[in-house]
Design a protein around this ligand. Structure first.
Ligand code: PEP
Length: 244
């Protein structure tokens, strides 16, 4: 089954209104089309403006989180319905920083994913082990348990494997370890969704840079990347997109 690669940028809590110039530089450089999907996920307040800047460019704009309700008394939260209404097309869910900073557990990630799907958003569900879990031989069991608890009923998702110890550290697993984990994730999603699981894109995330992207994206069952730090600068992000 052919899967169009996806390169998604997670800007985290970075960016100011002027940062739209980086987005516009990316869009200009990507004119004429490419062979992979490109998504940029800025902080909530920038989404509306970025959607306008990216209109008709082929670059999609997404969010980094959402609530599982459509509306209501949830101070500070944002509903998937509102994100969809302002033009976001995807949402990152269960990022390890949200799991750590906000105590998000698998069941909550699943509820958010179900709600995102119902609103027409593409959920990008993040899983990944800590260094201690890898060192104790628990990496695969950890990721499979996260998938078991976090995956929604519908297969219209993307999964991002992001070892926690590789995020923002400049450290990347061995290619063989990425390959083994992605093969295990593929098996899990096929087990869960049947043939539709073959169509789910599996992203690798954690210290992907222009210099290592091609090698990582060439690994079986790696269908693109979720990019943090290197998505903030157009030149770096473009280098990674080209590698895909
Ligand atoms: C991330 O936070 O999703 C990420 C992959 O970060 P970085 O690329 O900076 O390691």
């Amino acid at each position: 089954m052919t899967r169009t690669p996806l390169v998604a940028g997670n800007w985290k809590m970075n960016g100011v209104p002027d940062s739209a110039s980086e987005l516009r530089a990316m869009i200009d450089a990507l004119k004429g089309g490419g062979h992979c999907d490109v998504l940029v996920c800025p902080p909530f307040p920038l989404i509306g403006a970025f959607v306008g800047d990216a209109a008709d460019s082929g670059v999609e704009i997404g969010a980094q989180d959402c609530h599982f309700n459509e509306k209501g008394a949830h101070t500070g939260d944002v509903s998937p319905a509102l994100l969809a209404a302002i033009g976001a097309s995807a949402v990152i869910l269960g990022h390890s920083e949200r799991r750590a900073d906000h105590g998000e557990a698998d069941a909550l990630v699943k509820a958010k994913a179900q709600a995102a799907l119902a609103a027409g958003l593409l959920p990008i569900i993040c899983v990944g082990e800590t260094e201690a879990q890898r060192d104790s031989g628990q990496a695969e069991a950890t990721v499979l348990a996260q998938l078991d608890g976090s995956l929604p009923d519908d297969a219209g998702i993307v999964v991002a494997y992001e070892p926690v110890w590789a995020i923002g550290t400049g450290r990347v697993p061995e290619n063989a370890d990425i390959a083994a984990m992605h093969a295990a994730i593929r098996k899990a999603v096929v087990g869960r969704y049947g043939e539709a699981g073959q169509g789910i894109r599996l992203l690798y995330g954690g210290s992907v840079k222009p210099g290592n992207a091609a090698e990582i994206f060439a690994i079986d069952d790696v269908d693109g990347g979720l990019i943090g730090g290197a998505s903030l600068k157009a030149d770096d992000f473009l280098g990674i997109i080209r590698a895909a």
